[in-house]
Design a protein around this ligand. Structure first.
Ligand code: PEP
Ligand code: MN
Length: 337
């Protein structure tokens, strides 16, 4: 349920109400809008809480939320969430582009990719140190050494870093290096991991699971938000369907739909979404037209030699051309890159 405070409620009024709710044993989450503060109340015996709140003069109304995602939903937080990361932010008119290789292979490959994407205008470097591979015989990532390379490349380029965490045991070391922690599609329903990510204060990029419904995806976000970490970016990366010509089916309708249901920023990964570098430019443009807040694109200095996801990776030249084209698309929907 949510408690909507009176329009003129002061900080003191809000504290009075949250203290009362906490004393009654409820979890409280604040959403401070321009005109109004909304308190999300989590706990059992909601009728009891509602009665107590309706009796308070500082409270305008109590509303029961019918959707299962309470904190990720628009009812609790009507305005778009903006996440500030370093010198940039996600969820504003600026479209944020995250690009780089699927996996960190060596320092030279990472640096070349980083310099190329930076020159083309991307602000965030993506690259995996811990890789969730379908086969145990495939390259599994450079792990700790990969994180070290990321640190070095960040120092050289000033790019922000997004990299994947695979389990709850490595959160601290990944968080030390990453500006945004990526939860991969295969881990979207790893609830222990999500719970632990709710306890830290670092943005999380939550990819949609391979076969996850939109509601399951938003419930995964709810795990992180309910722990008190409100900085979650959703990433549509394609879902598995009967169609074998593409690696996944990129569900672009998810973008405007999730934006209706939730206040969280949404970005699109057309690389994993299609599996084919030739489709990435068109789907990137379509993603911006659909209202995506950003893109995650795989770029490799030499895709033919990539140890993972070469067929879906753009060359630096292809990426630079795409970034030029995207500026026009962004402008046509009132945004910029
Ligand atoms: C990745 O970003 O390299 C990755 C493994 O993505 P996903 O989890 O979407 O498959
Ligand atoms: Mn990949």
């Amino acid at each position: 349920m949510i408690v909507v405070m009176n329009p003129g409620a002061t900080q003191k009024d809000v504290t009075k109400i949250t203290d009362k709710l906490k004393t009654m044993g409820y979890g409280v989450h604040l959403s401070t809008g321009e005109n109004r503060t909304v308190i999300g109340v989590i706990g059992q015996r909601r009728e009891e809480a509602a009665q107590a709140m309706e009796a308070m003069p500082e409270v305008e109304q109590v509303v029961f939320i019918t959707r299962p995602f309470k904190l990720a939903g628009r009812e609790f937080h009507p305005e778009d969430t903006v996440i500030n990361i370093g010198n940039t932010s996600v969820g504003t008119d600026e479209v944020i582009v995250m690009a780089g290789p699927c996996a960190i292979e060596n320092e030279d490959q990472l640096l070349q990719a980083a310099e190329a994407i930076k020159a083309a205008g991307a602000k965030v470097l993506r690259a995996g140190a811990f890789k969730p591979r379908t086969s145990p015989y495939s390259f599994q990532g450079l792990e700790k050494q990969g994180l070290q390379f990321l640190n070095e490349v960040r120092a050289k380029t000033g790019l922000l870093i997004v990299t994947e965490v695979m389990d709850q045991f490595t959160i601290d070391e990944v968080a030390e290096c990453a500006d945004i922690i990526q939860v991969g599609a295969r881990n979207m329903q790893n609830y222990y991991l999500l719970r632990e990510l709710g306890k830290i204060r670092k943005p999380v990029l939550l990819k949609r699971g391979l076969s996850a419904t939109i509601e399951e995806w938003l419930m995964a976000a709810e795990y992180i938000l309910s722990g008190g970490n409100y900085d979650v970016i959703l990433c549509e990366r394609g879902i598995r369907t009967f169609e074998p010509y593409t690696r996944n089916t990129l569900d672009l309708s998810a973008v405007p739909l999730v934006k209706q249901l939730s206040h969280l920023p949404v970005i699109v990964d057309p690389s994993h979404g299609t599996g084919l570098s030739g489709l990435v430019p068109a789907m990137s443009k379509a993603a911006l037209a659909a209202g995506s807040d950003g893109l995650m694109i795989e770029v490799h200095p030499n895709p033919q030699e990539a140890v993972s996801d070469g067929p879906q990776s753009l060359t630096p030249d292809q990426f630079r051309n795409l970034m030029e084209e995207l500026k026009g698309v962004a402008a046509s929907v009132g945004r910029f890159i």
